[in-house]
Design a protein around this ligand. Structure first.
Ligand code: CU
Length: 432
């Protein structure tokens, strides 16, 4: 990232549209949009979006509600919508050729499902996602608690990067083999996009961070107040932890509750130093700032898994540049198999608990996402860690997860570096 781009990112914050509460049927129309990523005196960028914008509108529902969305595909290519992190009805999961046929251009598909857990989620295209998400086909999905924590502001912060030409156009290097065999499609401009532009000094703000990038691990520093991390991937932490620098793999989310002392700024940690992503401005001051400490979000009421009976499995990640050889047939593989097998990697009885060792035998980090479920990360000492739907595994390291497979259906399991997913690092499981 050069100095011009660093300066570009000090520009005023960009807002994306939000909807109000909704249980009524919604329409999401995918199609071409013009996005303002570079500053005003620079050129706009032609992208894809929903209802005229990228990110698409923030959808807000309450826990336990039914979300009903009519997806109208005017994107000019087949597509689907995946509702990332929601424990939903399998037929609504939006995976082409696994849970539905891709929706052809000009066609409409009705998604309707119950939303069982509160938290910060997002929706995104799941057909040729390495290209369609990079072109802008995604948006936030916020599920409000029935008894939300008292805050003065609730602001969604979408983190993304884009690979742009000097004239502001998206670089048409989609499918670039070098990207696919290395860390994926990295942008040369990165931003934080906000659902709200301002806070008052003294406001308690809930910040919902979503990494919508197709490849970038966002190392994020937040300045401008004292905060606590209260949730990862939508799921509350039993005890909020002090806000330090955050690291979000693609598709991961983190909720922070922060008492604002000034403008709340976001910066990306890079090898060359901090890169400004944008800031929420301060306007006025709160006459009655919250005095109580930040407590945990309402517990999701998920029973602790029975570990004693857990099935032991290993899923090894292979391939890529500088990686070990494998016989999978594409750039990347799980257990020496590239791409979708006809039969699931594993069939689980409904309710079965599995302890899966995710072993990264490659030279790159991978954020591994399981559809339709969350799972516990296990710490080195074997204790239960964060409850997530996407877990980051560093190069040459492994991480154990513990998952109760209680949602029936066919569920994708893949790397959320979308170029890796597209070139082999995916499989699926079946819960029956
Ligand atoms: Cu990967």
């Amino acid at each position: 990232m050069n100095r011009r781009q660093f300066l570009a990112c000090s520009a005023a914050s960009i807002l994306f549209p939000t909807t109000g509460w909704t249980t009524a049927p919604l329409r999401l129309k995918a199609g071409p949009v013009t996005a303002r990523i570079l500053p005003e005196d620079d050129r706009p960028t032609s992208m894809l979006g929903f209802n005229g914008s990228t990110p698409g509108p923030e959808l807000r529902v309450r826990q336990g509600d039914r979300l009903s969305v009519s997806f109208e595909n005017r994107a000019g290519q087949a597509s689907t919508i995946h509702w990332h992190g929601i424990h939903l009805d399998n037929a609504m999961d939006g995976v082409p050729d696994l849970t539905q046929a891709a929706v052809r251009p000009g066609e409409t598909f009705r998604y309707a499902f119950d939303v069982p857990h509160a938290g910060t989620y997002w929706y995104h295209a799941h057909h040729r996602s390495w290209e369609q998400v990079a072109r802008g086909l995604y948006g936030p999905l916020i599920v409000e608690e029935r008894g939300p924590p008292p805050v003065d502001r609730d602001i969604t912060v979408v983190l993304d990067d884009w690979r742009l030409e000097r004239n502001g156009a998206l670089h048409e290097s989609f499918g670039n083999r070098h990207d696919f065999s290395h860390a994926g499609r990295m942008g040369n401009v990165a931003r934080a996009l906000f659902s709200g532009a301002t806070v008052r000094r003294g406001d308690r703000a809930r910040l919902r961070l979503i990494n919508a990038a197709t490849a970038r691990m966002f190392a994020v520093r937040i300045d401008g107040g004292t905060g606590k991390v209260v949730a990862h991937d939508g799921m509350p932490l039993a005890e909020p932890s002090p806000l330090r620098d955050l690291l979000l793999a693609p598709a991961q989310r983190t909720d922070v509750i922060l008492d604002a002392a000034g403008p709340v700024s976001f910066a990306l940690g890079t090898r060359e130093g901090l890169y400004g992503l944008g800031a929420i401005a301060v306007e006025g001051s709160n006459p009655a700032p919250a005095a109580s400490p930040v407590g945990p979000l309402p517990a999701p009421g998920i029973p602790a898994p029975d570990r004693s009976a857990a099935t032991r499995l290993t899923l090894a990640m292979q391939g890529g540049a500088m990686g070990g050889r494998h016989c999978g047939g594409d750039l990347w593989a799980f257990n020496h198999r590239s791409g979708m097998p006809d039969a699931p990697w594993r069939r689980f009885a409904r309710g079965e608990t599995a302890r899966i060792t995710l072993r990264n035998d490659t030279a790159f980090p991978h954020g591994i996402h399981l559809h339709g479920h969350h799972f516990h990360e296990l710490r080195e000492d074997g204790s239960l860690g964060d409850y997530r739907d996407t877990t980051l595994v560093d190069p040459r390291r492994s991480r154990d997860i513990l998952c109760v497979f209680d949602n029936p259906g066919k569920w994708l399991l893949h790397c959320h570096t979308l170029a890796h997913q597209a070139s082999g690092m995916k499989t699926w499981v079946e819960v029956a």
